[in-house]
Design a protein around this ligand. Structure first.
Ligand code: NAP
Ligand code: G3P
Length: 481
């Protein structure tokens, strides 16, 4: 575990190859046992100016580094990540309350992600286009089109995957020849700073990768509105994403935001398998996933059977501390737990049928399951980001599609049926980034395109798509007399 040379437990930011801290720091406590994990620097706007200057200056030389060398450095980072998996997964577990097995898989998945990106970066190809295919032009003119870096990428990641969703921005940006500033989530920053250290140790040159931590209220807007930022790659809440999109001005960006993924269950679905998928999709990491299943839309004729099968699975969920490997662990903070409890009480007050849960111990909310949820209840529409699942009964697949599309969100949906025609009928009508057939909604595998529409974001993540988004086409036109 690395620390700043100054004091035990003080983590630093990487700025132009140097680990720096600040007088004012932010204490990071574990959401599971409130133990002090360490402190992170509270950077100022002057610090931001310095970081941007170094990142800007270093980008040109980095883009001159052959892609094969950039790819080699990423492979080294992936190896280091795996070598440090034991330590990193424990930091993750303590810092964001993710159960130990999910923490280990986040680190391993990130190593795989970086490797795949390192190789995909070598396929950054351009093309040559002849002019004479267009009327009025002759063979003596052609365009040599190549992919070039976009410049300086600002990567902003969320608390629930501080390693994976930081690397999913950093690695494609680096292999594309960009320099990067990572703004990690405050609660998750210690984990993310370990990742930054790994990129440095792997050989990413000084200034090419930097990190900035601090109060978003002080440096957030300042960062995103800086004219030297050439791309913003953001993952987080719809509220913050929309705010950034509004103030950032003319800068390309990818926004991966909130979700209210629906699981649509038709009468001929395999209800045992469907119940297992739904419970895993809804309650993993206590529902703190953008792609969590956040509502079930089931046709009346199988609703009773499905809800009792879901209840059976919910009762099997382990509840407790992340160290114990429990699936349902304390939420990230009190504010989040309060919000989820608000949605639960609202549903109860409006007559939802409580099948399980509605129990809280501090930030630990027991898995909660409602049936007979109606559209006047907040839980039908709002993103809880917690272990609560509403079952909404519908007449048929068309009503399910109508309710699914009424959501402000459009990240993913699942449809469970044995009828392939119905599956595609529903999938083709859903306004989302992706539809899973007979599977829970999920982002992986990471080379698949991952995107949201409406309030769930814009642009597309996914290895090849991220590299393309953070590079641009440049033409050199040749006219030979
Ligand atoms: P969040 O509160 O929106 O924060 C996301 C990131 O934005 C954090 O690093 C945060 O820093 C930073 N931030 C906040 N205000 C900012 C500002 N004005 N300028 C620049 N950066 C700012 O989201 P979260 O609580 O970390 O994550 C939960 C939310 O993210 C949920 O809504 C979830 O659905 C969504 N999410 C979506 C995806 C996806 O792929 N679609 C994946 C994961 C999560 P601080 O921590 O310092 O505030
Ligand atoms: O909320 C994180 C989002 O990216 C979902 O990832 O792999 O849990 O579906 P995953």
């Amino acid at each position: 575990m690395f620390k700043c040379v100054k004091k035990e437990n003080h983590y630093c930011n990487l700025v132009n190859g140097q680990w720096m801290t600040t007088e004012n720091t932010i204490d990071i406590f574990s959401p599971s046992d409130n133990s002090l994990i360490g402190t992170i620097p509270q950077m100022s706007q002057d610090d931001v100016d310095k970081i941007i200057k170094y990142a800007k200056e270093s980008q040109n030389s980095w883009s001159d580094v052959p892609v094969s060398k950039r790819s080699e450095i990423l492979h080294k980072a992936a190896t280091l990540l795996e070598e440090n998996c034991d330590e990193l997964s424990k930091v993750l577990m303590m810092e964001i309350g993710k159960d130990i097995n999910s923490s280990i898989s986040e680190v391993k998945r990130t190593a795989d992600f970086i490797r795949f990106t390192a190789d995909a970066g070598k396929n950054l190809e351009g093309e040559t286009i002849a002019a004479d295919t267009f009327p009025g032009f002759k063979k003596n003119k052609m365009s040599l089109v190549q992919r070039v870096p976009i410049g300086l990428v600002l990567a902003i990641s969320p608390f629930n995957y501080p390693i994976n969703l930081s690397a999913s921005k950093i690695a494609p940006a680096l292999v594309g020849g960009n320099s990067v500033i990572l703004k990690p989530p405050t609660q998750g920053a210690v984990s993310a700073l370990h990742l930054i250290r790994i990129f440095q140790e792997a050989g990413v040159p000084d200034g090419v990768i930097n990190s900035v931590t601090g109060k978003s209220s002080e440096i957030g807007d300042y960062l995103v509105t800086n004219d030297n930022i050439n791309f913003i790659n953001f993952t987080g809440s719809t509220e913050v994403g929309k705010h950034i999109a509004k103030i950032a001005g003319m800068v390309p960006m990818i926004m991966e935001l909130g979700g209210k993924d629906a699981a649509i269950v038709l009468k001929d679905a395999d209800l045992d398998d469907t119940a297992r998928e739904i419970v895993s999709g809804a309650y993993s990491y206590s529902g703190q996933r953008c792609t969590a299943i956040k509502r079930v839309l089931v046709t009346e004729d199988v609703a009773d059977e499905l809800s009792s099968k879901i209840l059976e699975q919910v009762k099997k969920l382990t509840i407790g501390t992340p160290e114990s490997g429990a699936k349902v662990t304390p939420l990230i903070d009190k504010k989040s737990a309060d919000f989820v409890e608000e949605l639960i009480q609202d549903a109860l007050s409006k007559g939802a049928k409580l099948l399980y849960g509605n129990k809280r111990e501090g930030n630990l909310l027991h898995p909660t399951l409602f049936d007979m949820v109606t559209s006047d209840m907040r839980i039908a529409w709002e993103e809880p980001f917690g272990p609560v699942l509403p079952i909404i009964r519908v007449k048929d697949k068309d009503e399910a599609i109508e309710i699914a599309n009424k959501s402000q969100y459009g990240l993913q949906s699942s449809v469970f049926t044995r009828n392939i025609n119905d599956a595609f009928y529903v999938a083709n009508k859903l306004e989302v980034g992706a539809v899973q057939i007979n599977n829970k909604s999920e982002r992986g595998p990471d080379h698949f395109p991952f995107s949201g529409v409406k309030a769930s974001g814009m642009g597309t993540q996914g290895i090849k798509y991220s590299i393309e988004a953070m590079t641009r086409l440049k033409s050199i036109v040749l006219t030979i007399d």
